[in-house]
Design a protein around this ligand. Structure first.
Ligand SMILES: Cc1cc2nc3c(=O)[nH]c(=O)nc-3n(C[C@H](O)[C@H](O)[C@H](O)COP(=O)(O)O)c2cc1C
Length: 398
């Protein structure tokens, strides 16, 4: 389909999301889309973003936008990138490589999860300048050192330590769908798969050597036993689900020479303490409302965290549009990451979906910056803001 046709058929992320839902087996959809508890935090993320308004500008004459920003010493062509998603490869075959290739082409960051279905080595040929590796902290120091080495050797220059998963969370919707961990094709799931032929054929082909289902390839090396990472969930949990502490961050700072970012920061006092430890940036996030259902919206915490430290701030959780990206920049973020959005795009249209999503966001940024008379996205910080009434956003995806 040509770019024009794509914009006609899928003008917004909400259209890609609808199409993704049609193409994914329900258990995969629930894995990607669900939050924890009653999903109040997930809803708050959207509602608060939608309440952030700006006074439009008039009579500023014609202007051309420049969407590029610098982050962690590197240029990015757009002010957003692709956040780490565990088992992206369950959402669409070869997802991690597709995401990495698109990010390299668009000159934006891609972050690979520790629990992705492809390893740092798998992705090495596809990485661009802005390749980030997200670490779920291994307990064992030998494994930790080895993982850092593998990430560095594969070409990942930035390490992201995720700290908002101190324990596993409950995702009730996901459980109801019948999804097991690791994913196993029970008769119930098989019945779901049979009704989604594009997904089923893609998985069967891409994972033909793994029994048709993806698994956490980075961990293969550390999991012993006949079926390694495919069946040893308890062991993977033991390996990775340690609750890191402040000393762990110190250790990482001393042992990782690249940029170090802490993901999942929501308290201003943590931000200033992390700055003292010498990290390079903070990632303000409530994990898309998947961990803790009494958390404030992640956008609500941005202003106080901005005040508490001078570090670059990355933001995520609930951003769906170019306007949302501007809202986060206005409240102190330097950059925005998107988790589910690129996965909706991939499931809807494959590789073409990813470039189309970037184009939708690019056009939406330009349209809204035009209304505000901005040339660079960060100029949004000078625009006068208004709190809009807390109505559900007309284009809300939730
Ligand atoms: C299905 C799913 C899996 C995720 N897996 C990880 C992960 O492995 N590591 C991590 O740091 N964050 C993970 N996250 C959180 C994302 O990196 C990101 O913080 C969040 O999705 C951003 O919100 P958004 O989806 O509204 O853009 C996951 C999120 C989703 C939806």
């Amino acid at each position: 389909m040509s770019g024009m046709d794509l914009h006609q058929r899928f003008p917004a992320l909400s259209d890609l999301r609808k199409q993704a839902r049609r193409r994914l087996p329900p258990f995969v959809w629930e894995y990607l889309d669900s939050g924890t508890g009653s999903e109040a935090t997930k809803g708050r993320n959207r509602a608060v973003l939608a309440s952030i308004g700006f006074l439009p500008s008039i009579l500023h004459g014609p202007q051309e936008c420049d969407l590029s920003v610098d982050l962690l010493g590197k240029p990015c062509a757009l002010p957003f990138g692709f956040a780490p998603i565990g088992m992206s490869g369950l959402v669409w075959p070869n997802a991690e490589a597709r995401l990495a290739k698109c990010a390299a082409q668009e000159q934006i960051p891609y972050c690979l999860s520790t629990v992705a279905s492809q390893s740092p080595e798998d992705l090495a040929p596809h990485l661009g300048e802005n390749a980030w590796f997200q670490l779920y902290p291994p307990k064992d120091e030998g494994i930790r050192r080895d993982m850092l080495e593998r990430a560095r050797d594969a070409g990942f220059g930035t390490l992201i330590l995720t700290v908002d998963v101190p324990v596993a969370s409950r995702r009730e919707r996901q459980t109801r769908s019948g999804l097991t961990q690791p994913p196993r094709l029970t008769p119930r799931l098989l019945a779901q798969v049979m009704r989604r032929p594009a997904w089923a054929l893609g998985m069967a082909w891409h994972h033909r050597a793994e029994g048709g289902m993806p698994h956490m390839r980075t961990l293969d090396k550390y999991v012993s036993g006949p079926n390694n990472a495919r069946s040893s969930t308890a062991h993977i949990g033991y390996l990775l689900r340690t609750s890191p502490n402040w000393n762990y961050v110190k250790w990482l700072r001393e042992n990782w020479q690249g940029k170090l970012v802490i993901k999942g920061v929501m308290r201003p006092e943590d931000a200033s303490r992390l700055q003292e430890l010498g990290v390079d940036a903070l990632w303000v996030s409530n994990h898309a409302g998947r961990q803790f259902d009494a958390s404030p919206a992640s956008i609500e915490m941005l202003p106080a965290i901005r005040k508490a430290c001078a570090l670059p701030l990355i933001f995520d959780s609930g951003a769906e549009t170019g306007l949302d990206i501007l809202r986060a920049l206005a409240l102190g973020a330097d950059f925005v990451m998107l988790g589910r959005a690129p996965h909706f795009a991939l499931a809807a249209l494959g590789d073409q979906g990813l470039t189309h999503l970037c184009d939708i966001l690019r056009k939406d940024l330009e349209a809204n910056m035009g209304q505000l008379g901005l040339i660079k996205p960060t100029e949004i910080r000078k625009v006068e803001m208004r709190t809009l009434s807390l109505q559900p956003a007309a284009n809300s995806l939730t």
